[in-house]
Write a protein that binds this ligand. Structure first.
Ligand code: AKG
Ligand code: FE2
Length: 202
């Protein structure tokens, strides 16, 4: 499968920079994943944000929420955020991913893709507050969805990976500087998915 060529352990694809993504399927057990999906769905303060696009206010096609070390308002990507304080579930997940990623995180962005119509458009998490070559740990629960990555300068250089229930994707290196990623809409009838991206914001 082509998607594997993007990962560290593949030596068959010269030209593909190594060390950008590390995918761990079933990082959480099926039982943990089922429980965490259910509890996050219930306890997280989900909200549908709006974005200004070409002079029009549009709803973001997914629900989101920020949680972190303190509830201080901060500006991020041209918007102001009031993170909620960590919940026990979030601390449990954070501690597990910090161990795997060998770094600490002080905030998490949660996304809830309610169905195939929900998505996140091409972007990079390259805000200055994240620093140079940030390590971002991405955890997924529920419906598996496709995650596409493309090179900023050459959109034909594109890879996809299916992010499954209970999986962990560690993004690092220059992925946020030279590449973009998206979760496209799905034409199939798909169930709900929750994704968490753990970040260190200064
Ligand atoms: O849902 C995902 O897998 C990715 C979410 C994402 O890219 C983001 O929140 O910045
Ligand atoms: Fe992202």
């Amino acid at each position: 499968m082509e998607q594997l060529s993007f990962f560290d352990d593949n030596r068959q694809s010269p030209g593909i920079p190594a060390g950008l993504m590390d995918y761990k399927p079933n990082f959480f057990t099926a039982e943990e994943s089922a429980r965490l999906f259910r509890e996050l769905k219930e306890t997280i303060q989900w909200k549908q944000e709006t974005i200004l696009m070409y002079g029009k206010t549009l709803y973001t096609p997914r629900l989101t929420a920020w949680y972190g070390d303190n509830s201080k308002t901060y500006a991020f990507s041209g918007k102001r955020y009031d993170p909620y304080l960590w919940t026990p579930d979030l601390l449990f997940i954070k501690q597990r991913v910090e161990q795997a990623a060998a770094v600490t995180f002080n905030s998490v962005l949660l996304n809830n893709y309610r169905n195939g119509n929900d998505s996140v458009a091409w972007h990079a998490d390259d805000e200055p507050e994240l620093g140079v070559n940030p390590i971002i740990a991405s955890v997924s629960f529920g419906q598996a969805r496709r995650f596409d990555v493309r090179h900023k300068q050459n959109h034909k250089l594109k890879y996809s990976v299916e992010l499954g229930n209970g999986s962990l994707l560690i993004m690092r290196g220059d992925l946020q500087h030279n590449w973009q990623h998206q979760v496209p809409k799905s034409t199939k009838a798909v169930k709900e998915r929750i994704n968490l991206t753990f970040r260190m914001i200064s």
